[in-house]
Write a protein that binds this ligand. Structure first.
Ligand SMILES: [Zn+2]
Length: 414
């Protein structure tokens, strides 16, 4: 950390490491807030009836109007596939074959469409003129390819096809644990119609891991949270670190803003010059138009970036402070939550956890690893941490709903 004149090494005191971890977490949170602004821009687009992403098969993105237009080559085939599936005479597999026969493939490659791709577009209401984006429904400004009735018929066929299949239940702690005997993941099932049991998937043959009831597992997992605790003086130090990280962020933002403004006025100078050149007939009309479009587009992009930076939520330091104050209450609040909420908190704190019958071997995420591990007298905590030499799963394997701090706070505040 150049600005703070801090040097971190393996021998650094663990509270210095922890504070460093908090700063990194803060920086990530800031970036997430920025991307939140980008999402807002996309939402505004959606509210105007414009599909904010890449056009689905059967449509094309019109770069000028920013609207979807019908792809004359593929749209008729898509509509035909809807009709065929609604007839009830096709399965997804045979329909995918039919799509191949009709030479339907994606815009990027000539490989035939997969079954899941075919299924996905048959379930996409966008073809009827409305679309769902980020959980909200919008009336699109594009021309529908098929009628609402046809779409409903297709969905009815899906329901019929699914009836025979067993519905899978979601289990709160699934995906959180690994078997300590064989390394397979721990899955869950319902016994006697109401008890949820967790067990090894037995992916490498019959495993000696015992079954464990969800309630017992929840209690054991709760114990892991007890290990995350901060002494009051540490809380004060971290609060200080948060404030300084806020200053760093402010400085970054100011620099970035002035850079963007400089770029914006440079483009304006170019535009002005090109306009004079045009008046003096140094350049022809079409060239002038090309330059004008290009540079104004760039200017617009920069303006949007400026807006986002100015609007980016800067409450993130407060979030961090709240998070700290709540750290000490982690366990007692855990006890009051539903298993789903408990799992969310655990995934915030743990990157991996191995189980051997009634013993858990957690791997904590950064920076919780430091406060949970202890080792330095500065941090009053003790915990035996071992992952039994097993590879930790990639962060992407564990679905983090929010940034760690956001979900932590959401967890506490319900
Ligand atoms: Zn096992």
């Amino acid at each position: 950390m150049v600005k703070e004149g801090e040097v971190l090494s393996k021998d650094s005191r663990s509270h210095a490491k922890f504070i460093h971890g908090i700063k990194l977490l803060m920086a990530k949170n800031y970036i997430d807030n920025l991307s939140e602004e980008v999402k807002k821009g996309l939402r505004e687009k959606a509210e105007q009836g414009q599909w904010p992403c890449k056009a689905p098969l059967g449509y094309l993105n019109n770069k000028e109007t920013h609207r979807l237009e019908i792809d004359p080559e593929r749209a008729p085939i898509i509509a035909e596939l809807f009709r065929l599936y609604a007839s009830g005479e096709y399965s997804i597999t045979t329909l995918a074959e039919k799509a191949r026969e009709l030479r339907l493939h994606s815009r990027e490659s000539a490989t035939p469409l997969s079954r899941s791709y075919v299924e996905a577009f048959l379930k996409n209401p966008l073809y009827t003129g409305v679309f769902v984006w980020k959980g909200n429904r919008y009336a699109g400004s594009h021309i529908p390819l098929i009628s609402r009735e046809l779409f409903d018929d297709v969905q009815e066929q899906f329901r019929k096809a699914n009836k025979s299949k067993k519905t899978t239940q979601e289990f709160a702690f699934k995906g959180l644990l690994q078997c300590g005997y064989c390394g397979c993941s721990i899955t869950a099932e319902v016994k006697k119609g109401r008890y949820i049991y967790y067990r090894c998937t037995n992916g490498k043959g019959k495993c000696r891991q015992h079954y464990i009831r969800q309630e017992a597992l929840a209690t054991m997992l709760g114990e892991l949270l007890k290990r995350i605790k901060l002494a009051p003086d540490i809380v004060e130090q971290i609060r200080e670190a948060l404030r300084s990280s806020f200053d760093t962020e402010k400085e970054f933002r100011q620099k970035e803003l002035s850079r963007l403004r400089r770029e914006h006025s440079k483009l304006q100078e170019r535009l002005d010059q090109a306009y004079i050149d045009r008046l003096e007939n140094k350049i022809d009309v079409s060239f002038w138009e090309k330059l004008h479009t290009k540079w104004t587009e760039q200017q617009n992009e920069i303006s949007q970036k400026i807006q986002r930076l100015e609007k980016a939520n800067r409450d993130y330091v407060q979030e961090g402070i709240d998070f700290l104050e709540l750290t000490e209450r982690a366990y007692s609040l855990y006890l009051e939550q539903s298993p789903d909420e408990q799992a969310r908190l655990l995934k915030t704190v743990l990157s991996n956890c191995t189980i051997r019958d009634l013993t858990l071997y957690p791997t904590y995420r950064k920076p919780f690893d430091i406060i949970a591990e202890g080792g330095d007298s500065d941090i009053k905590l003790g915990c035996q941490d071992s992952n039994l030499g097993m590879a930790a799963p990639k962060a992407a394997d564990l679905p983090l709903v929010d940034t760690p701090i956001q979900s932590m706070i959401r967890f506490y505040l319900g």
